[in-house]
Design a protein around this ligand. Structure first.
Ligand code: NAD
Length: 511
């Protein structure tokens, strides 16, 4: 790895947080349980600015007793005011909440940039497009939840009775939501939108590494008119607060986004009362490039498909399968693109890539960069060595990677892409599907038959054709294999928050 010009060095300026952000940081950061913010009974957690390695503030953390209280408050709201609201009234609360998210986006984005280390503009986009956008989309569903009525076929001992069946779609109950630190406003909205539309109440745990955005959700949802207890916000460590939520007998469903390893623990903890579980887990998504691809489109799109968020995105396109005919050109162009990306402070104008979330994550990513070289892959670009505070890692393009290398099998969650050469379509597809993940992917070609043929063979929840990870509120998203259980977004994202009750009605006549 060679150090080169300062193109990839951080933007020099480190703007100070705004007075409003400083005021926010200096206030206490409590838990929202029922109708008020209160102190947590577990040890407070320090929140770091990953771009500067300074402590921003501390948040209160929830003990198992706090989790109990939050579940009780959520149950009371479900059996009480929120549960009795009509779909139209729930939709009105959600629409007001969406508007409040947008109105508060500037400060909220600044806070999200400070504890998450990602560029300010990208935080704003997550809040408005994913946060408010999802809330409005699911508000639309709140008035469209309906069962069906039908006349069943005769059968069984009561065959002679004439009856009809009417199904009701009811809220599944109290939802425990556990989110990761990347794009927290989007992750929370993704849980909250369908849960509120369905009429559920929520106990949400933020990620300990980036918890601050959650506080805006708590305040703004109350302001939008959600009755106390509808949404309860807990901070806390995974193995304490998270584990207490996953195991709690008063919680009916867990929705989790995070690593596959923790996903397994959630499933085990949920066994006690057989909670319903949806899981959005890790990925190692392929980008498949054929010789006839439009390389001018492909190069920036595929580079950013991997490097956006400094590679800390579940759907990141981290395995580039490039046909031999264009391999050298694509690798060279993506390497140049990567080297020109500006790393820097999340608040500095012009920053394209921020810091990794923690020292631990940086060490992990650096470990994989060293491993890749030991495995025989070659760094094809010139990532700058980092000197200075902040958990920054410059993007790395590995050439001559093989699909069976660990760097091409394991989720790195950093700005590292593996370029794998192929000639034979069948062999390439076997390699594409050879990881334990199956979250996202894309195929790049101008040949529509080949595009559809290959897209169908990629074993992932989502495959783009000449686009990677085109996320929208309407489009189902989720993982195959060890990338998860179930889908989020779209109508399919609503279903896990509903349960069906069939009511059989005796029509009083014999057939
Ligand atoms: P993580 O699994 O370490 O933590 C996620 C959340 O789980 C945090 O809130 C954490 O406190 C909590 N947690 C940890 N241990 C727990 C336990 N024993 N019981 C209950 N909760 C526990 O993941 P992370 O490092 O915060 O996030 C990165 C991971 O998330 C990556 O693997 C990434 O691919 C995945 N992710 C997936 C998607 C998706 O939609 N598929 C989206 C974003 C991130």
């Amino acid at each position: 790895m060679s150090a080169r010009s300062n193109l990839s060095q951080p933007a020099p300026s480190q703007p100070a947080p705004s007075p409003a952000a400083l005021q926010f940081l200096s206030a206490p950061h409590r838990l929202l349980i029922g109708d008020g913010f209160r102190e947590g009974r577990a040890a407070p957690i320090a929140v770091e600015n990953p771009c500067r390695e300074t402590t921003l503030t501390h948040v209160d953390a929830a003990s198992a007793d706090d989790v109990d209280d939050a579940v009780r408050a959520a149950r009371a709201a479900l059996d009480g005011p929120w549960g009795r609201m009509s779909g139209a009234d729930r939709a009105a609360v959600m629409m007001r909440f969406a508007q409040l998210l947008e109105d508060n986006a500037p400060l909220m984005a600044e806070v999200m940039a400070l504890d998450g280390g990602q560029p300010l503009d990208s935080c704003k986009a997550v809040i408005t497009m994913l946060g408010a956008g999802l809330m409005r989309y699911y508000a639309g569903w709140a008035t469209k939840i309906a069962g069906e009525s039908f006349l069943p076929s005769p059968g069984g001992s009561r065959a002679a009775l004439d009856f009809m069946v009417s199904t009701l779609r009811e809220p599944i109950g109290v939802v425990g939501a556990i989110v990761p630190w990347n794009a927290p406003a989007g992750m929370m909205a993704l849980k909250l939108g369908p849960a509120l539309a369905a009429g559920c109440t929520v106990v949400m745990k933020t990620a300990e590494l980036a918890p601050l955005t959650g506080e805006f959700f708590a305040r703004l949802l109350l302001e939008a008119g959600a009755p106390p207890g509808t949404f309860n916000l807990l901070h806390g460590l995974g193995h304490e607060t998270g584990a207490a939520i996953a195991a709690h007998p008063g919680i009916d469903k867990i929705t989790f986004t995070g690593s596959t390893a923790v996903g397994r623990r959630i499933v085990q903890a949920a066994l006690g009362n057989l909670k319903k579980v949806t899981l959005e887990l890790g990925g190692k998504s392929p980008i498949i490039v054929f010789p006839d691809a439009d390389l001018d489109q492909l190069v920036p799109a595929s580079a950013m498909a991997c490097f956006v968020g400094s590679g800390q995105a579940c759907m990141a396109g981290t395995r580039l399968f490039i046909h031999d005919a264009v391999y050298d050109e694509v690798v060279a162009r993506i390497g140049t693109f990567a080297d020109d990306l500006v790393l820097g402070d999340a608040l500095a104008p012009g920053t394209q890539l921020g810091a990794l979330i923690s020292a631990r994550q940086r060490e992990r990513v650096e470990g994989y960069i060293a491993l890749g070289q030991q495995e025989g892959a070659r760094i094809a670009n010139a990532p700058a060595a980092w000197s200075g505070p902040g958990h920054f890692v410059a993007p790395v393009v590995f050439a001559e990677a093989r699909a069976d290398m660990r760097i091409a099998q394991e989720e790195i969650f950093g700005p590292v892409v593996c370029a794998i050469r192929f000639t034979d379509e069948e062999a390439m597809l076997r390699d594409v599907n050879s990881t334990s993940y199956g979250l996202s992917g894309s195929v790049w070609t101008r040949d529509i038959q080949r595009a559809l043929r290959v897209a169908r063979r990629v074993d992932s929840g989502q495959v783009g054709i000449n686009v990677h990870a085109a996320v929208s509120p309407e489009t189902p998203f989720g993982g195959n294999r060890e990338s998860g259980w179930g889908r989020e977004f779209g109508r399919e994202g609503l279903d896990p928050y509903l349960k069906t009750k069939a009511i059989s009605i005796n029509l009083g006549e014999r057939r």
